[in-house]
Write a new protein. Structure first.
Length: 344
């Protein structure tokens, strides 16, 4: 049985966090962290100027990035040495390095920064790391894990299993799975509505996404987005079964933005009207997407052009492209920390 109270609680907590960001957007500043997957660094972009203001050395082949809610610590998974880097965002320095059990994928942090979940692709497990202790406290088995996700709860994590065609829910109090949610296919990235009831999942071989009823534990609708290009070109940095590798809900939950590797664009899906209502061109190889907390801008990493497209959500126009490091993929946006010491 699924913990329905959690979904409501998580949605309320996430909504409150986003509301704080929106209400204080004039006073609050944010940083966009860009993991460069064929480099050894994370680019730091100021969201007020859309300029790169620094870089964090993290190790060869940064795979995932995530941040705790107050923005004081950033976490990065590094494929080169199979580690999780714990980074102080004020000094922009790694303050701890945790060895994980294999090749790490996209991580997720609890809002309080106590735990980080790290899927281990080649080890068929997900490592749960206690940040204060700086060590793995639990490793749970899972077939071909890919992305971990936190939706605003200090108790629960989601992690996807590509081989099992499902997304699993981890209860940190039990240190075990409490739900296995079928996705209707091989899951790529996924996102969850603020009320915790609906999951939108990108699937292998699909130019679009699947809609999943979380309490009912079933896939209920497949949305195929018509592509402008009949064929998918040879991808440099993704497997050929990947039509989309990024999707995100706007902070108000009204639109789902879906990346298209087939068309080098973002497609916009109206959640209530249940139809595609827009398209915006990006750089080549659009990969990951995050929104600024006020919902004004969408940020999309472009693997093939080594930059990030910044799109005005209201006008649906690209306002700038920010040049970053080699093959940018995962993104995280967080409250800007107070600066101290040397920035670069």
């Amino acid at each position: 049985m699924l913990p329905f109270k959690f979904y409501s609680y998580a949605g309320m907590l996430l909504a409150c966090f986003l509301a704080v960001g929106a209400d204080n957007s004039a006073a609050q500043s944010y940083k966009l962290y860009v993991g460069n997957s064929r480099g050894d660094d994370i680019s730091i972009v100021d969201t007020a100027s859309w300029k790169v203001t620094g870089e964090i050395k993290a190790g060869e082949r940064v795979h995932g990035v995530c941040a705790q809610a107050d923005g004081k610590r950033l976490f990065a998974t590094v494929e080169g040495d199979h580690t999780l880097r714990i980074i102080d965002t004020s000094s922009q320095q790694t303050i701890a390095t945790v060895k994980v059990s294999g090749k790490p994928n996209q991580c997720a942090s609890t809002p309080d920064g106590k735990y980080v979940a790290v899927p281990i692709r080649d080890g068929a497990s997900v490592d749960i790391i206690d940040v204060q202790q700086g060590k793995i406290v639990k490793s749970l088995p899972i077939k071909e894990p890919h992305n971990a996700l936190n939706t605003g709860s200090n108790r629960y994590f989601y992690v996807s299993s590509m081989e099992s065609h499902e997304v699993d829910l981890i209860d940190l109090e039990k240190m075990d799975y409490v739900a296995h949610i079928p996705t209707g296919g091989r899951p790529r990235p996924y996102v969850i509505s603020s009320d915790g009831n609906t999951m939108y999942v990108a699937l292998a071989e699909l130019h679009g996404f699947e809609i999943v009823d979380i309490p009912g534990k079933k896939a209920v609708e497949r949305v195929e987005i018509p592509a402008e290009h009949a064929e998918l070109r040879k991808l440099q940095f993704e497997t050929q079964d990947t039509r989309t590798h990024g999707l995100a809900l706007t902070p108000d939950g009204r639109e789902l933005w879906v990346s298209s590797l087939q068309d080098d664009a973002m497609y916009i899906y109206d959640v209530q009207a249940k139809k595609v209502t827009g398209r915006v061109s990006t750089g080549e190889g659009p990969n990951w997407i995050v929104f600024t907390p006020d919902g004004k801008y969408a940020c999309i990493s472009n693997t093939d052009t080594d930059d990030v497209s910044i799109i005005d959500v209201k006008t649906r126009r690209e306002v700038t492209r920010v040049k970053v490091g080699k093959v940018p993929k995962r993104l995280a946006i967080a409250v800007a920390p107070p600066t101290r010491g040397k920035l670069r």
